[in-house]
Design a protein around this ligand. Structure first.
Ligand code: ADP
Ligand code: MG
Length: 315
């Protein structure tokens, strides 16, 4: 399913749908995690829990660049408090702090430069921490059927794409590779990780959503919903991991289009995988292997990913 690269100094241990994980060559033979790990974002694109082909050119670089930018903002770059993240260097984007930055650069093999992060290997929590500020996607489907989203009752009369009275936390169980993630109740997260950690996951997720949504708003963007993953470090500190606030893990819309658009499609002009999801939903019955993506869909998705990075970061 994925090409694993021969990277000097590193040993491949795991491939997710999009990312490949490596540990240092000198880690124990059977180690699946290590103190330091290399996370390489590929150009693979997944939708409905299937990896599609072809990939989206430069997607891994765009996702990594955007994650690094957000990690930096959330570490205090946006004026908020420092939220611990899994980057092995504390300030990858801004600190040219001599030896440290050099050491980190040296650790990333040139073959995967730009698409990789050196991270602390964490004890990952089996909960996908989803926060929704707007009603759409699977949330909209459930609301139409039951008036709820992940069991949370919402006011009547909302339309697809509407802003929720306040952001809601709707966790999902992170299924092992190949299985489908599954929405769960807050109580089920308590059963999975304990009351203390469940509350921390929820509160931290809502805090990050809030800060990120404000940053997005300043740039004429709406952060409709997003998903975080957290792990515990050696000291037991809950740490933001994986990718963060990328076009793969989040729905972004253009704020102006959302305000003035007449149809749901116009209002939710998206910067994310929605282009791929929409095409697939219209061209695949969700049985067997998904069809090959047309070049036009691949190019439009790549353009939108690039545009999002540009609008957020100004780069
Ligand atoms: N700091 C970390 N330590 C250990 N595992 C991590 C860390 N950051 C991310 N991961 C894991 O790496 C994998 C990333 O691969 P990805 O392709 O995004 O997987 P998925 O198919 O589960 O979305 C995920 O399983 C994620 O939980
Ligand atoms: Mg992932």
């Amino acid at each position: 399913m994925s090409e694993t690269l021969d990277l000097p100094g590193w040993r491949h241990v795991y491939s997710g749908k999009v990312r490949d994980l490596y540990v240092p060559e000198d880690a124990a033979r059977d180690a699946t995690t290590a103190e330091r790990m290399l996370v390489v974002a590929s150009d693979r694109v997944s939708a409905f829990d299937h990896v599609l082909s072809p990939g989206i050119p430069e997607k891994g670089v765009l996702l990594t660049t955007l994650s690094l930018w957000w990690f930096d903002r959330l570490a205090g770059g946006d004026g908020g408090r420092d939220i611990p993240n899994h980057l092995a260097a504390s300030r990858v984007l801004t600190a040219p702090a001599g030896a440290d930055a050099d050491a980190v650069r040296d650790l990333i093999p040139p073959a995967v430069a730009g698409r990789s992060m050196i991270v602390k290997g964490l004890d990952m929590q089996p909960v996908e921490c989803v926060v929704r500020g707007y009603l759409t996607g699977s949330g909209w489907a459930e609301y139409r059927a039951n008036g709820t989203v992940c069991g949370i009752h919402l006011p009547e009369g909302l339309s697809n794409g509407d802003r929720l009275p306040e952001p809601i936390y709707t966790p999902a169980y992170k299924a092992p590779l190949g299985e489908h993630d599954e929405n769960i109740s807050y109580e089920q997260t308590v059963e999975l990780v304990g009351a203390d950690l469940a509350a921390q996951l929820r509160d931290l997720s809502l805090e990050i959503y809030d800060r990120a949504a404000r940053t997005a708003e300043e740039r004429g963007l709406i952060l409709a919903d997003t998903k975080f993953e957290f792990g515990l470090d050696d000291a037991g500190v809950l740490t933001l991991a994986d990718e963060v606030l990328t076009s793969d893990s989040s729905r972004y819309w253009d704020a102006e289009a959302w305000k003035t658009g007449h149809s749901a499609a116009e209002r939710m002009a998206s910067f994310d995988k929605q282009i791929v999801r929409d095409w697939l939903a219209a061209n695949w019955d969700r049985t067997g292997e998904p069809p090959t993506l047309p070049l036009e869909i691949v190019e439009r998705t790549a353009d939108r990913y690039r545009e999002l990075l540009q609008r957020l970061t100004g780069w």
